[in-house]
Design a protein around this ligand. Structure first.
Ligand SMILES: [Zn+2]
Length: 159
């Protein structure tokens, strides 16, 4: 999976003129911020990720942190812990983008996203509601602005 440090600019969707900020783009061998995540935040994040707004998913993410616990997958490149969706959460003059796997990272790896993101999750309007769409539109985000870069074959195979 592609790695971005938390709160760094996320160019996963190409060079776009929108303040997209990465949250939870973890990778084995990189530091993983850990800590307590209030259940309310987790549940709200789960709700947002049920059917998140966004471009049609391209490419898969899988969890390569699980190697710590369970060893390399014996099923080839595909493991149970994978996802393809992303969630966009409007913030203060920025939009956070987190992969679906963030739920797994919190649940299984003790990952704790930054406080400002946790607050944005709690403040986020109902997914796909008019206030939600208005909030991301106000920050410049539409389907048209998210033209995914073609994943190279390495990434497409989930490393
Ligand atoms: Zn994992």
């Amino acid at each position: 999976m592609t790695y971005f440090p938390d709160l760094s600019a996320c160019d996963y969707f190409g060079s776009i003129d929108i303040p997209l900020v990465a949250i939870g783009w973890l990778e084995n061998g990189r530091p993983v911020p850990t800590g307590e995540v209030p259940e309310q935040v987790f549940e709200q994040l789960r709700e947002l990720l049920r059917d998140p707004w966004g471009p049609v998913p391209f490419g898969w993410h899988d969890c390569d942190l699980c190697v710590y616990r369970y060893g390399r997958s014996k099923l080839g490149t595909f493991r149970n812990t994978m996802g393809s969706k992303n969630v966009f959460v409007p913030g203060d003059a920025k939009i956070y983008v987190a992969p679906e796997l963030i739920l797994h990272y919190i649940d299984q790896h003790g990952y704790a996203p930054p406080a400002e993101f946790r607050q944005a999750v709690l403040d986020c309007p109902t997914m796909r509601s008019v206030p939600y769409l208005q909030a991301i539109l106000n920050l410049g985000l539409t389907h048209k602005t998210l033209l995914p870069t073609q994943p190279d074959s390495e990434n497409a195979r989930c490393s």
